[in-house]
Design a protein around this ligand. Structure first.
Ligand code: SF4
Ligand code: SF4
Length: 432
């Protein structure tokens, strides 16, 4: 297996969105009539959903801020962002064959929020139970690992994961008190590790009074990428075949740290997410939405009319994925939604690589993308790993962006990775 460092690539000159031009409050998209929660399930759980053998099923009442398990009443799997009644539970096959249970809820008037979190917080704010509940908040899943002694670095990131997005920068600047509260809590729980705030260099003045070590990062894509940030902060490249967590690094976006701070301040579980929304006019707006809100509700609130053949993308322009249905819900980690009118639709093609080398020069993982793509096109995934360093990809999407033949390189890489992961799982099961 080849291993390359991240040095020596031709840095892209793609600046991230900033909050330099002001901080207008995001539009609150309010309480939609329907929300849909999504839980990833295993293949053998599909029949349980199909046979309606779930705890959450049609007719069950849910309460805002209460915690539920899908198959086991005692399990802590999801927080309801609304009060209401479950109208249906069904399965959906997502990208690359992943299976999900969708829980549709008709919302009702907002009553009192469930109090189990405030009770746990009052008893002991850093107990295992409190941490387990907080780790169900959007993008705070890694909180559950904070007690592990092999964690040496925690990165709080005010960088963005794609272009057009400025939610983490906004969260850091506009909700600074909650950010500091959340950051101090993390530092307290993980007192054996270094906590570093990575932020775009133009915002470094914001961190002056926080008492947190900072790393000032160039505001050019893809420097907000988690693996590249981990290298910038620790000075060491993360092994291509290991997760950040396996390397002793935990990662929290500034927006998630703000939610944590808000939960600690209010004693409730805020199931909302900030989203940069790119309209057909190419103007960007920011909204604050409940997890599970249908995309159509967000565009309706912003006065944008969706039409047949508009192209919707969840995520940013380089790494987002197309959505085929405007009722699709937003997740806790949704930080952008893009709507292209037909006239602005990005084009992909099915033609061949002309070996121009642009992707190789731009790839931050310094991979031979032009050779890799030949193996991927022919389904030679093992060869792609062994000879062309597939594992080293940091999933930035720059190769697709630059490809003169408009080949869907990033999508092919993601498909290959997913297929290999599934084969590995099946092999482990077979050998067990
Ligand atoms: S997505 Fe493409 S450009 Fe980015 S690291 Fe992977 S191969 Fe390189
Ligand atoms: S940019 Fe596209 S056409 Fe050029 S070498 Fe890479 S894959 Fe081939």
């Amino acid at each position: 297996m080849i291993r390359r460092s991240f040095f020596g690539y031709l840095a892209a000159k793609l600046p991230y969105e900033t909050v330099q031009s002001g901080l207008p409050d995001p539009t609150d998209t309010g309480l939609p009539g329907v929300v849909t929660l999504q839980v990833q399930i295993r293949a053998n759980q599909k029949s349980l959903v199909d046979k309606k053998k779930t705890v959450l099923k049609k007719g069950v009442e849910v309460q805002r801020g209460a915690i539920y398990g899908l198959f086991d009443e005692e399990a802590k799997e999801l927080i309801s962002p609304v009060s209401g009644v479950v109208t249906a539970v069904e399965t959906r096959t997502g990208n690359y064959g992943r299976l999900f249970a969708l829980i549709h809820i008709d919302t009702t008037e907002e009553g009192e929020a469930d109090t189990s979190f405030s009770q746990a917080l009052a008893e002991n704010e850093t107990s295992g139970e409190t941490l387990a509940i907080l780790s169900l908040l959007p993008e705070l899943g890694d909180l559950i690992h904070t007690r592990q002694k092999d964690i040496h670095t925690v990165i709080l990131s005010a960088m963005e994961e794609d272009l057009f997005i400025n939610v983490n920068q906004y969260a850091l600047v506009a909700r600074k008190d909650d950010f500091i509260r959340g950051a101090k809590y993390i530092a307290k729980v993980v007192d054996h590790a270094k906590v570093v705030l990575a932020l775009p260099s133009y915002l470094k003045g914001e961190a002056g009074d926080m008492g947190i070590e900072t790393a000032s990062i160039k505001n050019l894509y893809p420097s907000g990428n988690k693996r590249l940030l981990a290298k910038a902060v620790t000075g060491k490249a993360v092994s291509a075949d290991k997760s950040l967590h396996e390397e002793g690094i935990l990662f929290f976006n500034a927006e998630a740290v703000v939610l944590l701070g808000k939960a600690l301040r209010t004693g409730t579980l805020p199931m909302e997410t900030l989203i940069s929304v790119r309209l057909k006019s190419r103007k960007t707006r920011m909204v604050s939405s409940r997890v599970g809100t249908p995309i159509s509700h967000i565009f309706e609130t912003l006065g944008e009319t969706l039409e047949e053949k508009d192209h919707l993308i969840m995520g940013g322009p380089l790494t987002g994925t197309s959505v085929y249905n405007h009722t699709f819900p937003v997740y806790g980690d949704t930080d952008a939604i893009i709507c292209h009118g037909q006239e602005n639709m990005p084009r992909l093609s099915d033609t061949f690589c002309i070996n121009c080398g642009k992707c190789v020069r731009l790839c931050p993982a310094h991979m031979p993308v032009n050779l890799l793509v030949r193996a991927l096109e022919n389904g030679r995934y093992e060869e792609a790993v062994e000879k062309y360093d597939l594992d080293a990809c940091v999933e930035c999407g720059l190769c697709s962006f630059i490809c003169v033949a408009k080949m869907p390189l990033f999508q092919r890489i993601m498909l290959a990775r997913h297929t290999l992961a599934e084969s590995k799982k099946s092999a482990e099961k077979g050998g067990a």
